[in-house]
Design a protein around this ligand. Sequence first.
Ligand code: ADP
Length: 572
Amino acid sequence: MAGLSTLLTGLFFYRIVGSYLSDRASAELGLESRLVQRMLLTEKDLAATADERADEYGRDLGVRVTIVAADGKVLGDTDLDGEELARVENHGHRPEIAGALREGAGTSQRYSSTLGQTLLYVARRIDPDDASRGVVRLALPLTAVRSARSHLLLLLILPLLLSVLCAVVLGWMLARRTARRLEDMARAASEIAAGRSAARVRPGGSDEMDHLARSLNRMAEELEKRLLLLSRERHQLQSVVDGMVEGVLLTDAEGTILLANGAFERIFDASAPLAGRRPLEVARVPALQEILEQARHATAPFHREIALGGSADKTLQASLAPVREEGRIVGTVAVFHDITELKRLERVRREFVANVSHELRTPLTAIRGYAETLRDGGLKDPEKAAEFVRVIHRHAERLQALIADLLDLSRVEQGKAKLSLGPVPLRDVAAQAEAVILPLARRKNQRVLLDLPDTLPSPWADRDRLAQVLINLMDNAVKFTPDGGEIVLSGSAREGYVDLRVTDTGIGIPPAEIERVFERFYRVERSRDRREGGTGLGLAIAKHLTLAMGGTLEVESTPGEGTSFRLTLPAA
Ligand code: ADP
């Protein structure tokens, strides 16, 4: 732009100065022609001296002087002599000469083939008032003017070229710097866009560039802050979700997993990473897929219970809800609660109620039956009546024992049984239990042995409750050992603990049932036990009492050889 305006200004000046120069040249030639005309006017015989004068004036003025007669014949010329002059054509029709003859003066500018250059011609009558005295013409080659103009042109063009060159070089350098800065910024911007928000641009350069760089850096800082905040929030959410006992699953609208916590992995036995996979791929549970599908089309949250088959055999309570964003469903969230234990407890409770009812009904039915028999005439037979009353009494006792055991168990289970813990003199307690058991054992010809070393430390327990547990274990031993068997109560010490064992040579417990003997109302063989009159609550009470005293009760048995219960209590 600057180059163009300089060029235009240059051309303008070139034209002005150019025309000024040619004006000056023609004005000067005009003055000189007047001078020559004045001098020729005084000439007496011009025809004879014309060529001589033309040579003289021409040399003095540095121009070509031609003297032409009124008829156009050339009388004298600075550049021509003798022969040449005689042969020169008639000049009467040259425009400047014709003009001078006609009007007194004439000018012309044209190319002279004689000299091979453009000339400026000025012609004037020798006598301004009389055309018959001929005309004098001065000619000046325009080469001088031309060369002056060329000089001028050079003077104009050179700086112009220089300035254009400078402008180009400067512009290129400036553009290169700007381009570099822009490249820097573009690189930083794409780094920021790629997530490396720590990328920064060096401030500097022109005002606009500096402003842009600072804005870019501010943007990056802001982005970094927000990313930090986001990642912190995400981390917090992840910690909460990971810390939950419930399994959590979040899927997108297509059902692909976005997030799943550790509990979900544990419940469904799925191995991480789960994100990006389909639920059916990670957990082969068709019911899961089904409820997630339902949730995708649900209008409100809902709950379902699903059973996991296989070895896990779990029952789950699933709470599902669609995730909405601006009214559109964008995914589903599901929370899984493992209610297997809850279900088991519920079942145990149901079974317990059924068992209690059953156990109570048996003696009650018997009591009612015998009482009715007595009422309906049984009393008339005193012998039978006495027998019936004994049976009624036995069943009432059983009922009482049952209810007493139930109450005892519930007290112990609820932690309401009052325990007075302290060092218990083992020998006393063992003797007390032996005293209760011995009569029963004798009836079956069984031997009862106590093997308690003197060095045995006292256990830390409740004396009466410990006696109750030992009596229960020894009573069972007597009951489930055939006649002539042996029951041993032995003791040993372990680091900080006292082990008490009740071992018999009885019928034993089948391995498949051994785990269940501590359950309420559980009897290995119901018919066998009924005969022995047990309630099936003894071991349940013993186990709970032992636990309440800070101990453990375990059992080992070989069917047909015998059983051994091990009661471990802390040493006092
Ligand atoms: P019960 O009142 O029937 O004895 P328990 O709870 O004391 O109830 O015992 C539960 C079951 O465990 C018994 O019915 C019996 O089948 C089995 N059992 C307990 N002790 C022994 C033992 N020493 N030998 C064999 N089986 C036993």
